[in-house]
Ligand binder design. Structure first.
Ligand SMILES: NC(=O)c1ccc[n+]([C@@H]2O[C@H](COP(=O)([O-])OP(=O)(O)OC[C@H]3O[C@@H](n4cnc5c(N)ncnc54)[C@H](O)[C@@H]3O)[C@@H](O)[C@H]2O)c1
Length: 430
């Protein structure tokens, strides 16, 4: 596995756990040192135990030595990042091409190169061009990854589908054998062209982002028209053609995939002079959502935020991960601090380097000290430990308010307890 991040580490550990000999390689020495001393560099439930188990069983090794990792492997997975290029919507493929060149350099016998990183349609062809000097040695396959952070191990073991794209039939057989322990338990094994597999990944992420954005926009309408968005989600989602998942209104979508992949898809389509207008408006709407939420904070606390005490519960883009990439908190917290608010935050995955330099922003190590004396508690991430908080007992400020971006609490109950409560897409009954 080249790249030992969220995807490479989880997949590598899980491949080892189903009996393969796996080498995880990363250029980040700090990450590899941590792993070699038994510490996971990421927060992912269940991962620490699996790392230890497979490390002790000698099925799993961690190294910065790419030469050794490549020369000893038959199947090489590219799992490096594919971020958005600075100042553009294009995908930065430099990490993918750099490790392709390294694969070419260090391979002396036949290898299968499998792209697990999310890459625009046609990238496999480019990888093939790079290794064409020694084309006979390589088969280039696409195997996009669909795991969700926070549920990554379960997703690896019980995937909805395993997508394999190749232009060579023999590659399907090798990949089928590799994934046999999962397909034997019923996971779907779907084969297509290499370009097809690359595009399936982008299409899936863009569609899920569209569902979230759609329900978020409808939540705006519900707030104005006195309708409860949850009734809409349930009423719509019960239609099997639509499905209820990814239909829960909340903050803007974030994370390491949807924001960059929606942009990456639009940019890849532009290369073929195709205008993906739906995806474009999803991107725009999602960007505007953060402004809309900060406007609501002003509506709740007034235009002057100077010295207002605001406590965030959760700052990661979703629960059970420490990933901060494109989380709504990254825009909301600096904005509120700039307006003079005093922001405290608590997240079960720990303090964040992203907020260390922000004036008026402090980390608290538990819910209670985080919320004490707050004028407004903003519930941003749906961690389990935020689901049954006795706000009156912990906030201890007679006039505090709660802004629940995940609709975790009942507005009626809050009213009964005389707590001013605001949520997403539900009628205001304060
Ligand atoms: N994170 C997710 O939930 C998820 C889910 C599905 C797909 N993906 C895709 O998988 C890919 C990886 O995502 P991630 O979240 O794991 O990224 P990440 O940033 O967590 O990890 C990438 C790792 O690759 C390493 N790396 C980069 N260049 C290298 C090189 N030349 N040699 C060795 N190591 C190198 C980096 O040091 C880093 O540790 C991306 O394309 C992403 O879109 C991510």
């Amino acid at each position: 596995m080249i790249g030992t991040g969220y995807v490479g580490l989880v997949s590598g550990v899980c491949f080892a756990d189903i009996g393969n000999q796996v080498v995880c390689v990363d250029k980040d020495k700090n990450k590899i040192d941590k792993l070699n001393s038994g510490i996971s560099p990421i927060y992912e439930p269940g991962l620490d135990e699996l790392i230890k188990k497979n490390f002790i069983a000698k099925r799993l090794t961690f190294t910065t030595n790419i030469d050794r990792a490549i020369s000893t492997s038959d199947i090489i997975f590219i799992c490096v990042g594919t971020p958005t290029r600075k100042g553009s919507i294009k995908v930065d493929l430099s990490f993918v091409y750099k490790c392709t060149k390294e694969i070419l350099k260090y391979s002396k016998r036949k290898k299968i190169i499998v792209t697990k990183s999310t890459v625009p349609v046609g990238t496999g062809d480019e990888i093939e061009k790079i290794v064409k000097k020694n084309k006979k040695l390589f088969t280039v396959v696409s195997n996009p990854e669909f795991l969700r952070e926070g549920e990554a191990i379960r997703d690896f073991r019980f995937p909805d589908r395993i997508v394999i794209g190749s232009n060579e039939k023999k590659a399907f057989n090798i990949m089928r054998k590799l994934y046999a322990p999962l397909t034997n338990k019923g996971s779907k094994f779907f084969t297509t062209s290499r370009r097809g597999a690359e595009l399936i990944k982008y299409a899936s992420n863009a569609f899920l982002a569209t569902k979230i954005t759609f329900i978020n926009e409808l939540a705006n309408l519900c707030e104005k028209s006195g309708v409860n968005i949850e009734d809409i989600s349930l009423g719509m989602g019960s239609d099997s053609r639509i499905g209820g998942r990814f239909l829960r209104a909340g903050p803007a979508y974030g994370g390491s995939c949807f924001p960059k992949d929606t942009k990456g898809l639009v940019s890849a389509a532009e290369k073929y002079q195709i205008n993906l207008s739906v995806v474009k408006s999803v991107i725009k709407s999602n960007q505007e959502r953060v402004n809309l939420l900060t406007k609501r904070v002003h509506k709740i606390l007034g235009s002057n935020l100077k010295n207002k005490k605001i406590s965030f519960l959760g700052v990661t883009f979703k629960p059970n991960t420490d990933d901060m990439r494109d989380s709504t908190s990254l825009k909301m917290i600096p904005y509120l601090c700039k307006k003079g608010a005093k922001v405290n935050y608590y997240d079960p995955s720990g303090e964040k380097k992203e907020f260390k330099k922000i004036k008026n922003c402090n980390y608290s190590s538990d819910i209670k000290s985080n919320c004490k004396g707050a004028d407004l508690v903003i519930l941003l991430t749906e961690w389990d430990e935020f689901k049954s908080i006795d706000f009156k007992k912990i906030v201890k400020n007679s006039k505090f308010k709660v802004f629940d971006l995940r609709n975790l609490y009942s507005a009626e109950e809050m009213k009964k307890n005389k707590i001013k409560y605001f949520s997403i897409g539900r009628p205001n009954i304060n």
